[in-house]
Design a binder for this molecule. Structure first.
Ligand SMILES: [Zn+2]
Length: 228
């Protein structure tokens, strides 16, 4: 690099540093999350217990033709809710009762379990992003009006961070990338390979399952720091 260039670079750096001091949030929106000019991204934890998403077709079989889900409790992500309805899921070894259904209905039925649930059921479910059911495990689902045997649909959900698109851009994050977070407390540690899910309607939240939460001593609302 010649002298003029390096001088120009030095001046640019000084200007950036000054801008960061006076406007920390707007100095450089596309810079990496590890940049010290921007406050760290802190993400509240949401713990997912085992649950089922149902298709219209399976809802008809399990709960009766034309039946609908009863909204019991809103969850943090907009439009989604825990339904009053539950089902029993049955694997080759055992069944697990009272598995909550999360609404609204989806195009495909999906069962999300923990690794330990898989041991109970006798199912070796792959760790997958929600919606990616290629290679997922078979299961029987039983409701009050009938039962369905699915060739696939059982996954252990890949841990992920829901983030609105504008906030993702602000922190230099893109949909689909993986990040690491630092957790605090008695079981503090670094959790890696967390998928970023950026959509307009997202609310900032990291979704982990019960086992991941327990391993790191996390509870609902615990804050974790994205470290890169
Ligand atoms: Zn989620």
């Amino acid at each position: 690099m010649n002298e003029t260039n390096s001088q120009a670079q030095w001046i640019t750096q000084q200007i950036m540093a000054e801008m960061a001091k006076s406007h920390p949030e707007s100095a450089s929106p596309s810079r990496a999350i590890s940049d010290s000019a921007q406050p760290a991204l802190m993400v509240p934890v949401g713990i997912s217990n085992r649950h089922v998403h149902l298709s219209r077709e399976d809802m008809d079989i399990l709960f009766g033709y034309g039946s609908s889900l009863t909204r019991m409790k809103a969850v943090k992500q907009p439009g989604q809710f825990a339904a009053a309805e539950t089902v029993t899921i049955k694997g080759p070894k055992k069944a697990i009762e009272n598995v909550r259904i999360l609404g609204p209905l989806r195009s495909e039925t999906q069962v999300e379990i923990s690794i330990a649930d898989g041991f109970v059921l006798g199912v070796q479910a792959p760790i997958k992003m929600s919606g990616d059911l290629v290679g997922s495990s078979p299961i029987e689902i039983m409701g009050p009006k009938g039962s369905v045997t699915k060739d696939g649909g059982v996954i252990v959900a890949w841990r992920h961070i829901h983030i609105p698109c504008d906030m993702a851009a602000q922190y230099g994050l893109t949909d689909g990338q993986e990040v690491s977070v630092q957790t605090e407390g008695h079981r503090a540690g670094i959790m890696q390979r967390i998928a970023v899910r950026a959509t307009q309607a997202s609310v900032l939240e990291m979704h982990v399952d019960v086992e991941e939460a327990n391993a790191y001593g996390l509870t609902n609302g615990s804050l974790v720091k994205v470290i890169g």
